[in-house]
Design a protein. Structure first.
Lengths: 145, 155
């Protein structure tokens, strides 16, 4: 059986089942986490201080969930343009370890036309190298008014 | 038994004003790997009809955090203190943004956090604090509403 993957070109023409061009980020190094801690003002030591992480019972520090959600944001805004983004949400379903490369994917899960304007719902996900899904998300994107 | 301070339910923090700084915005955009110049370069942003650098979609979380830090410097508790969050067992469960308008470098916005409630899924193995952050501009109104779930691992 052959599966054809259709890449969605624009929000106006996208159909349910179309895919967004995927995006990868990483590998996420300790340096990335240090920079993200500074850039985001999220100084939670569980992401940057190995001593703290070990005392908290973890084997190592792990990536900020919001660093991966930022990639879901890039996936959607890179495709649709940020002015069309109406909503973005994510559940953090697994920890992202140091060294992981994150792959973000999106699929059009719903398409509505209201008053001549398209409103798309996109099902989003982030996976790491070993296949673990780390984020499950959704975006709302509108077409040209 | 949970760790969160359940008496914080319904608490709304005093409004904190935050000015979106251009350099900080560029640092954030670069760190997340952003390549669209509207997030990195003022000239490119203006050429694309923006008044200044456009904040990336998830920058709202940073604005909320900066407001908490400013509150703390003023001697007010931040959200983690209000809910008695324990960083050793704290996880970010979920984040949800509704966008009403763009956020630009140079904007001075008003930030308000509300502790909307607590829940106890998975038979007490977890407890969740639900936080809402509203970012508003004095002229352009509500720009972003963010809802966040913070989790304590209890077992």
């Amino acid at each position: 059986m052959t599966t054809t993957i259709t890449i969605a070109r624009t929000p106006d023409t996208a159909q349910v089942g179309d895919h967004l061009p995927p995006l990868t980020f990483g590998p996420i190094s300790r340096k990335t986490l240090a920079l993200y801690a500074g850039a985001s003002a999220d100084h939670n030591p569980i992401h940057i201080d190995l001593d703290f992480a070990r005392e908290a019972g973890m084997d190592d520090v792990f990536a900020h969930g919001m660093l991966s959600m930022a990639q879901l944001g890039r996936l959607v805004t890179g495709w649709a343009g940020q002015s069309r983004l109406r909503g973005l949400s994510s559940r953090f379903t697994a920890i992202t370890p140091v060294g992981a490369t994150v792959t973000c994917t999106g699929t059009v899960s719903d398409r509505l036309e209201q008053h001549g304007r398209v409103l798309l719902t996109l099902a989003l996900a982030a996976h790491i190298d070993d296949g673990t899904r780390t984020l499950r998300g959704e975006a709302k994107v509108c077409g040209t008014p | 038994m949970g760790i969160f301070d359940r008496s914080a339910k319904g608490h709304i923090t005093p409004v904190i004003e935050i000015t979106i700084e251009r350099g900080a915005l560029i640092f954030f955009a670069e760190t997340i790997g952003e390549t669209n110049p509207v997030h990195l370069d003022t000239c490119a942003a203006r050429a694309a009809d923006h008044p200044d650098i456009l904040a990336p979609a998830t920058y709202a979380v940073v604005v909320g955090t900066l407001a908490g830090q400013k509150a703390k410097r003023r001697g007010q508790p931040d959200i983690l203190e209000l809910i008695n969050g324990d960083l050793r067992v704290l996880l970010h469960g979920a984040e949800d943004y509704t966008y009403h308008g763009p956020l630009y470098a140079g904007d001075t916005v008003q930030v308000e956090n509300e502790i909307t409630g607590f829940s106890d899924p998975k038979g007490g193995k977890l407890e969740i604090a639900h936080i809402t952050t509203r970012i508003s501009h004095p002229q352009r109104g509500l720009l972003v509403e963010a809802n966040r779930a913070l989790i304590h691992r209890l077992s």
